[in-house]
Design a protein around this ligand. Structure first.
Ligand code: SF4
Ligand code: SF4
Length: 542
């Protein structure tokens, strides 16, 4: 039975330019002499180096560890020597540098020991997730969210449907299409591993209908038994059908509410590239150290799809695609709709880089002069997130961040549809990115201030508590002293009484002896019984 498909609001029918590289089978990109591996290639906390300058490393060896639950380790993409750990230019819209580990290749490309899993069905989901986390796998569709987290939904969210995103809706990009065409078995096996981790009942693979070869390859690779729980769904080509919420809407008809995750509705969505990376991590014990990248654009004489070691400089890939530098007017990482301009060719390919686009001046994206907004509403008509881009623009421009947030800025997926149709050529997405960065910076400042305030309050509380405890100790000490002194007085009295009693006894005994001597004792004939009788005897001459 054919699945009933649904529509999302807005979207665009674009010129896709995919034919430039669609027929180019994937080849290995040349391995450069030096690989630059940023510590922050994912959403979350940056990784922390576990190697030092001068260390020798093997291909696949972990060189930086994850520092948090939302973080991912980094592995050496070839064997060689660590020659620097320092700030280098990285692929980011800000154009800034960030900490990187630099490896000088020894040209041998020697693997470290790998630990494949013989049968993933014998591993429980948490052990599988740990393996996926340790392999440094992040969402390869561009978001870069650590994959083990998306494979670990909350206890109360049973996952009914696992969706693989093979839409690849951005113009020019064909690396996912080639992956589906050339390695369908890896994608299906990776999907089954993820299904095992999630206990999902059904799996859907969504692919746009402009990729017939990929659709055929996946259908051919699917066994009859797998077809009972995996469905390949061909969807209409409309940009941005590859957006997570948009693809879920098309395939299931369900809308993910604002501020909610698909998992809250029993749905998890991963990219086809992520599924292939999971397969390689579990079945071959290989961490994420390479990926497929499309190198294309009208400035390239030989547009290509390449398997690229993470950390390879963009310049190496432009050379491989015979890019005419003199014709190149804009160098973009990603597609023309959501990609951003690179500051130079020395930035490295990272885990989320899917396309290097070299455009000549007549294909530049932002060549037209910007004019005032005429409030035509065209931007709202095409917005797949049902936002009001002109209002967002207005408040971003005025730096009224409260109002921007009131207009759901963070629901914007930066698809660029609004800017594409704007007759005034306003670079709307730039404003939205700026506003998001500004709000994040304010949030960070607020968090810092809150933390400082909480620390201050905690300190005051501690001082107050210590003061109370000291007072209590002093009070107790005084009481004890009092009790002791009272005890000492009693003791002295008792002693005195005992002495008095002893003296009384002595006196009594003396008196008794005296009385006995006076009344009862016979005087001795030879010796005077007393001094008195002796004197009297002397007087009488006796
Ligand atoms: S499309 Fe451009 S000119 Fe029209 S309302 Fe939106 S921002 Fe304004
Ligand atoms: S960039 Fe944002 S505001 Fe513009 S159309 Fe896309 S989702 Fe809507």
């Amino acid at each position: 039975m054919t699945r009933k498909l649904h529509h999302f609001h807005g979207g665009l029918h674009l010129e896709f330019h995919k034919s430039m590289s669609m027929a180019a089978a994937v080849e290995r990109a040349p391995l450069p002499k030096e690989l630059v591996l940023p510590l922050h290639q994912h959403i979350g906390e940056p990784a922390e180096p576990v190697v030092a300058v001068g260390d020798t490393v093997l291909k696949g060896q972990r060189i930086a560890r994850a520092t948090d639950y939302v973080s991912a380790p980094v592995h050496a993409s070839t064997s060689g020597r660590v020659v620097a750990i320092e700030e280098r230019p990285v692929p980011h819209p800000s154009g800034l540098s960030a900490p990187c580990i630099v490896i000088e290749s020894d040209g041998e490309d020697r693997w470290c020991e790998r630990r494949p899993v013989a049968d993933y069905r014998k591993l429980d989901p948490s052990a599988l997730r740990n393996r996926i986390r340790d392999a440094g796998i992040v969402g390869m569709g561009g978001a870069g969210f650590p994959s083990h987290i998306k494979l670990n939904p909350a206890q109360d969210h049973a996952i009914e449907t696992l969706i693989l995103n093979g839409a690849e809706c951005e113009p020019y990009i064909t690396c996912d299409a080639r992956l589906m065409q050339e390695r369908p078995r890896e994608i299906i096996d990776g999907l089954k591993i993820m299904r095992h981790a999630l206990h999902a009942r059904q799996c859907l693979i969504g692919i746009e209908d402009n990729k017939p070869e990929a659709i055929a390859a996946l259908r051919e690779a699917l066994t009859a038994e797998e077809s009972t729980f995996i469905e390949i769904c061909v969807i209409p080509t409309i940009y941005p059908a590859g957006g997570e919420k948009q693809l879920i809407k098309v395939l299931t008809g369900r809308e993910i509410p604002r501020n909610s995750l698909p998992a809250s509705m029993g749905i998890v969505c991963h990219n086809v590239g992520t599924a292939a990376a999971v397969y390689r991590a579990i079945v071959h014990g290989e961490p994420l150290i390479s990926r497929f990248v499309t190198v294309t654009g009208e400035a390239c004489e030989q547009p290509r799809n390449l398997e690229v070691a993470i950390g390879t400089p963009v310049a190496t890939l432009l050379d491989a695609a015979a890019c005419r530098r003199e014709a190149m007017a804009e160098l973009i990482l990603g597609g023309p709709m959501m990609g951003f301009q690179l500051p130079g060719e020395d930035v490295p390919v990272v885990k989320t880089s899917n396309c290097i686009l070299a455009l000549p001046s007549d294909h530049r994206r932002n060549g037209q002069p910007v004019m005032p907004c005429i409030r035509c509403g065209a931007c709202a008509d095409v917005c797949p997130a049902c936002l009001l881009p002109q209002q967002l623009y207005w408040y971003s421009h005025a730096r009224d961040m409260d109002r921007v947030q009131d207009h759901y800025l963070f629901d914007c997926i930066e698809c660029g549809c609004c800017a594409y149709v704007c007759p005034s050529h306003i670079p709307l997405v730039h404003y939205f990115r700026f506003a998001k960065t500004e709000i994040w910076a304010r949030e960070r400042e607020k968090k810092k201030a809150d933390l400082a305030r909480r620390r201050h309050e905690f300190r005051l509380e501690r001082l107050e508590r210590e003061k109370r405890e000291k007072e209590e100790r002093q009070r107790r000490k005084k009481e004890l002293l009092k009790q002791k002194q009272a005890g000492k007085g009693d003791e002295e009295d008792a002693k005195k009484a005992a002495i008095e009693a002893a003296m009384q006894r002595v006196r009594a005994r003396r008196e008794e002896q005296h009385a006995a001597a006076k009344n009862t004792a016979e005087p001795n004939a030879e010796a005077p019984a007393t001094a008195e009788t002796g004197r009297k005897q002397e007087e009488h001459g006796e």
